[in-house]
Design a protein around this ligand. Structure first.
Ligand SMILES: [Zn+2]
Length: 140
């Protein structure tokens, strides 16, 4: 049964493994244990199919959750997974990935403001207008 002859240890690598499996299956079939062979065959098929289904499922999940977008601060194009927290590699802004794209990851209760400098030529003075930004929507 073993090609190595006096090697008593089972060789579970490569061709030897398959020869052992086939030989074992044939032996069980000869002993009238075909049902066992069939259940093992079903198990083997499941073992072979499971990674394929897992891979396809992962691909489907990745297609749904892989978000491509731009950093809202510096417009660097980014790729991330949905609901993931990340940091922009360009401007170090903490970001939250949503299905709509990238949003700034701001702690709750923070009021975001955007200061815009407007130079008023007639009065020769700088008027600063402060715009309150809408809070980041979080779907928790
Ligand atoms: Zn950025």
């Amino acid at each position: 049964m073993y090609p190595q002859g006096n090697n008593a240890q089972l060789n579970f690598s490569g061709l030897g493994c398959w020869l052992t499996v086939i030989g074992f299956a044939w032996l069980l079939g000869a002993l009238g244990l075909g049902w066992l062979v069939k259940s093992i065959a079903v198990l083997l098929v499941l073992l072979l199919v499971a990674p394929v289904i897992g891979f396809l499922g992962f691909r489907w999940w990745l297609n749904r959750n892989l978000i491509e977008g731009a950093c809202p601060v510096c417009q660097t194009s980014l790729t991330g997974l949905n609901k993931m927290r990340t940091v922009c590699p360009n401007c170090q802004t903490p970001l939250q990935v949503t299905l709509e794209g990238f949003q700034r990851d701001v702690p709750e209760g923070t009021v975001e403001v955007d200061a815009v400098d407007i130079t008023d030529d007639t009065r020769d003075a700088t008027v600063v207008s402060v715009e309150v930004l809408p809070p980041v929507e979080e779907d928790r």
